[in-house]
Design a binder for this molecule. Sequence first.
Ligand code: HEC
Ligand code: HEC
Length: 287
Amino acid sequence: MPTKIEKDAVTGAETTGHEWDGLRELNNPLPKWWLYVLYATVLFSAVWVVLYPSVPGFRSYFGGLLGYSQRDEVAQRLERASNAQAKFRDQIARLDIEAVKGDPELDRFALAGGRVLFAENCAPCHQSGGTGARGYPNLADDDWLWGGRLTEIEYTLRHGIRAQDDETRQSQMPRFLADGILTLPQVEAVARHVRSLSGLDKPDAGGAALYAENCAVCHGEQGRGNRELGAPDLADRIWLYGGDRAAVVQTIAYSRNGVMPNWSGRLDDATIKMLALYVHALGGGEQ
Ligand code: HEC
Ligand code: HEC
């Protein structure tokens, strides 16, 4: 192939001298700016390779003259964050819960942390957002079994309900059928009376009499409940175990005895307070 450098007649540009089947290649060099950018990036990468972690080896890698490590940086950032957290947590552990509530900065920290802690520890039973499920009370409404004040919620968390804790909240509804206190027709009559308190059944005189005799001590004359005993309000149409006839009969016949774990010993002091503040702020918190 002949290599003859000559001028192209149409464009006036030099040819490279390469020719294929009569087609000749024009010699158009790359623009200068482009070349300089290329040289600059080559130079930059050379400097980078020397200063920063770069070339892999068998056991390790070349760490670079600056000793930079993203891993260290993350570790430092985590440490700074946990130091900041530790400061808040110490204060929360030291103050009583009302004082934590009164400090806007601590309260904000507690609520944000409480949300995460609740999802980890409580949502399996109480559902996310604390909305509850059958047997697990809704913590976001203002219907409380044991009390909705901050200190009451904190106590419930610390010692649990019918839990393995010397100071746990304790009470036991009798198993009226199983223990032979009432017959099945009597249980059904008193169930009709209970349902009539919230308009779900017609009044039942026999049931009302049985109620006054057997149930009013705990649930109150009007069925409005008793927080000392964790006895639910039976007249508010909010049911822990269901308000249909079968569920109410089941509750009276065999009782339920829901268990809420005690968290002292499992969670530290600051964590329990953060959770109590979170639950209190869900919507039903009382003063
Ligand atoms: C294993 C299931 C379970 C877990 C986990 C659980 N709870 Fe409970 N919780 C219950 C049950 C059951 C009750 C109702 C007990 C009763 O019948 O009195 C309850 C009751 C409560 C009450 C009292 C409500 C009221 O009306 O007085 C509060 C407050 C509460 N739980 C908060 C929490 C928090 C906060 C957590 C997470 C740290 C948590 N619970 C984790 C089962 C659970
Ligand atoms: C010693 C106190 C006590 C007595 C007496 C008692 N209860 Fe209860 N009752 C409770 C407690 C405590 C609960 C909550 C149980 C739980 O959370 O597991 C409860 C729960 C219930 C519930 C479930 C409410 C719901 O929201 O699902 C019904 C219904 C009920 N009782 C009806 C009765 C009737 C009817 C009688 C009388 C025949 C009676 N109770 C007697 C303490 C008592």
